[in-house]
Design a protein around this ligand. Sequence first.
Ligand code: ADP
Length: 369
Amino acid sequence: MPVSRLGLRSRLFISHLLVTAVGILSLVVIGKVSSPRFFVVHLEQLESRGFSLRFARTELVQGFETAWYRGMGWSLLIGTSSAGVLSYWVSKRVMQRLAQMEQITQKFAVGQLDARLPASDIPEFNRLSHSFNSMAASLEGVERRRRELVSDLSHELRTPLTVMRGYLEELSSGEFEPTPEIYQRLVRETKRLERLVNDLQELSKAEAGYLPIDLQPINLRPLLESLVEKFADQLLEEGPTLRLECPPQLPLVRADLDRTEQVLVNLIGNAIRYTPEGAIVVRVWTETNKLWIAVIDTGIGITSEDLPHVFERFFRADRSRTRNSGGTGIGLAISQRLIELQGGQIEVESQLGQGSTFRFFLPVVRENY
Ligand code: ADP
């Protein structure tokens, strides 16, 4: 049978035996060639020191050779058998680990995504297990998020579609008079669907990194001023107040003006939506190489259980209420991606009933004083 047809275990075993055979052969050959010479040299040294070995010399050399052969015979026997046993044990151990790894990776391949490799006492295998396990964990996460997305999406689409179908069925059966209010309701639901689809498209582009981001050195002050003015004009008498706290001179930041505006519109829009009365402040300050912008409100706040989830897509603290207010729960997920694509970071702090602070930074290019 050609060697390549043999199993890895036999090949490992044979290779160990070959190494042992080469070692033993060199030992025997070198020993055979060199030891009698060294022995003769030793005898000559003894003679030169005054020992008379004339009659015993042949006897001594023969005795040495017999002892050498015996010793070598025993060494060969014990050495070869212990090397054989040891190499069999090592090959078996390596093969057991490999077979176990193969089994687990096959389980993973057929969809058992929680399959993980156990730790091994062989460091190289341990490293391999570690890399496999981290790859498996990230694939499991991707698959979980994909399932969640599909299920969230069906849920989000079902609500407006059910409402629309209900109205249309009742209109067609003549149960409802076709009043302008009903048509307005239908238009509202259609708009919701439209916004959902647009938001999703934007989010999927942002998550895949396909959103064109045009990074330029910009001064954000004019944008902040015009946005705050625009939103403040729309606020009602009894609603919250909105003001900007910004140093007169701002350093230039490397950012995309439109994308930053999109984030600010989302944050200020949310602050207004979730702040029935009180104050909303847009505060700007600089820190080493960072320009921070915070939207601080004194609104309803977010519970500590909900807080870690606000940047997840489709997350809404109070699903039914915010659905009626038109929220899709995608705005903050998009904002987070947009800020990250511009090299910044977005954070939130909130206290239920006290208000929320959403802040993000953008990298400063150079001072603009
Ligand atoms: P939505 O379109 O639903 O507002 P977002 O992603 O912008 O989607 O926000 C996600 C959720 O986070 C909101 O539904 C709301 O529950 C919560 N949230 C966001 N901003 C605030 C805020 N300023 N105050 C209180 N809750 C907020």
